[in-house]
Design a protein around this ligand. Structure first.
Ligand SMILES: Cc1cc2nc3c(=O)[nH]c(=O)nc-3n(C[C@H](O)[C@H](O)[C@H](O)COP(=O)(O)OP(=O)(O)OC[C@H]3O[C@@H](n4cnc5c(N)ncnc54)[C@H](O)[C@@H]3O)c2cc1C
Length: 396
């Protein structure tokens, strides 16, 4: 058992951390204020190979492993603690991988190079106005119609709707394919029969969230991802990858908050001594650091499991992979939120200001507590199902 990063992984991590320090930290306030990731930041990410990095080199990616992608997610979350850049990063990575693995050759050649170059957006659309947790209960349909599919329905709370309109690109869209089964389809946003709506979020302002409405929108057969009628399982593999990256980005944000807090409590004096000398503060730091460290290594293990089994098409360890991924998505967001909140409190009144900047992480990490990439109770349901058996799932 080897608990060390390889030389290649360490070198890559160092390069992405340097990028995070030099580019993301210096832009995070602008990203939050202006509501978008500036073109030069996106292009710099593309140059470093960070966009859709697991996509194979044939289509413009770097064919990165899940472990390498996980390390990058940590650094992107540490660099822009608003989480906007991390969301952009992880959507392109997770769903770019799925497109590469299950898309048709023609569609991959058409779409993926622009996504990897930062010239088009790629995300996922599964949630509907009636709910996101009960995916099997969705209403949006896709019917075979002439040469292609006709889509009717509505998606909600979808990340990157504005980006896909502005840059081009679209979403891998989960639809019901009557009488039974699901089609997973790449749906470009700039298409007849599609209208969009923008939602106003409280955080991660640099990436939009919105609704998509499909009024008999048509897509060609080459946009089918995986086999017809079998899209649900493909989408679940994408969620596994994306959830492990969400957790990694939260770990990066938590480490950044703790580093900020440690520097502060070594200097800030109260009652004639630095705050860090008071056990009330020091022990909080130790408890948080311990939890962050534990989840970080579980994240890396989840990525290793994905590399070793799922991403190779080997589902013999599905239960172990599902438990590992769901456990990090369950633990990382609340721990990151707690770390950011505690450090804000160490700063006292200054922690409540935008100057210190911890509120960026406070608002950003919250998105993963309310539900982005799956609610915490859904992670509990997945782990419970794997521990006790399917008959203990509390719904049909
Ligand atoms: C900022 C942001 C970005 C997002 N981006 C995307 C995106 O790009 N694409 C996309 O498709 N979706 C996206 N989502 C939506 C996200 O996937 C959903 O929020 C999530 O799946 C939960 O669905 P819901 O919000 O409809 O909540 P509901 O399904 O209505 O659930 C509400 C609450 O009840 C809990 N709950 C549900 N069922 C159970 C149960 N059986 N037992 C116990 N508790 C339960 C949930 O955990 C949640 O806390 C995004 C969400 C946010 C906040």
């Amino acid at each position: 058992m080897e608990f060390r990063l390889s030389d290649e992984e360490e070198a890559f991590q160092t390069a992405v951390r340097r990028f995070g320090d030099r580019v993301l930290r210096t832009h995070e306030r602008q990203i939050d204020a202006e509501g978008e990731i500036p073109d030069d930041v996106r292009h710099a990410m593309a140059e470093l190979g960070l966009l859709a990095m697991p996509v194979s080199t044939d289509y413009g990616g770097m064919g990165a492993s899940a472990v390498l992608t996980e390390l990058a997610a940590e650094e992107v979350g540490r660099g822009d603690s608003s989480m906007a850049t991390a969301v952009f990063f992880l959507l392109e990575a997770g769903w770019g991988y799925i497109f590469d693995r299950f898309g048709t050759e023609e569609a991959k050649r058409e779409v993926l190079p622009s996504v990897c170059a930062g010239k088009a957006f790629l995300g996922v659309a599964s949630t509907e106005p009636t709910g996101g947790s009960d995916l099997a209960g969705m209403h949006t349909t896709s019917h075979r119609d002439g040469d292609g599919f006709r889509i009717r329905g509505e998606k909600a709370f979808v990340s990157g709707v504005e980006e896909a309109k502005k840059l081009g690109g679209g979403h891998l869209t989960l639809t019901r394919s009557p009488p039974e089964g699901f089609n997973f389809l790449y749906v470009p946003t700039r298409r007849d029969g599609i209208s969009t709506q923008k939602f106003v979020n409280m955080g991660r302002m640099g990436i939009s969230t919105g609704g998509l409405s499909y009024q008999d929108a048509r897509v060609p057969p080459r946009y089918l991802i995986g086999e017809e009628g079998k899209g649900f399982g493909v989408a679940m593999q994408g969620f596994s990858f994306a959830r492990s990256l969400v957790a990694a980005a939260c770990i990066g944000a938590a480490e950044r908050a703790l580093e900020t807090g440690m520097a502060y409590i070594k200097e800030r004096m109260a009652f004639g001594r630095p705050l860090g000398k008071f056990e009330g503060i020091q022990f909080e730091l130790v408890d948080l650091w311990t939890q962050v460290e534990a989840v970080k290594w579980q994240c890396r293990r989840a990525a290793w499991l994905l590399d070793t089994y799922t991403l190779k098409g080997d589902h013999s360890h599905r239960s172990e992979v599902d438990r590992a991924v769901a456990s990090v998505k369950l633990m990382a967001p609340p721990i990151a939120f707690e770390a950011v909140k505690r450090v804000m409190m160490w700063f006292g009144a200054a922690g409540y200001t935008k100057d210190v900047g911890l509120e960026l992480g406070f608002r950003g990490v919250m998105s993963y507590l309310v539900g982005a990439e799956g609610g915490l109770n859904i992670m509990r349901i997945i782990i419970g199902r794997e521990l006790l058996g399917k008959e203990f799932v509390p719904y049909k």
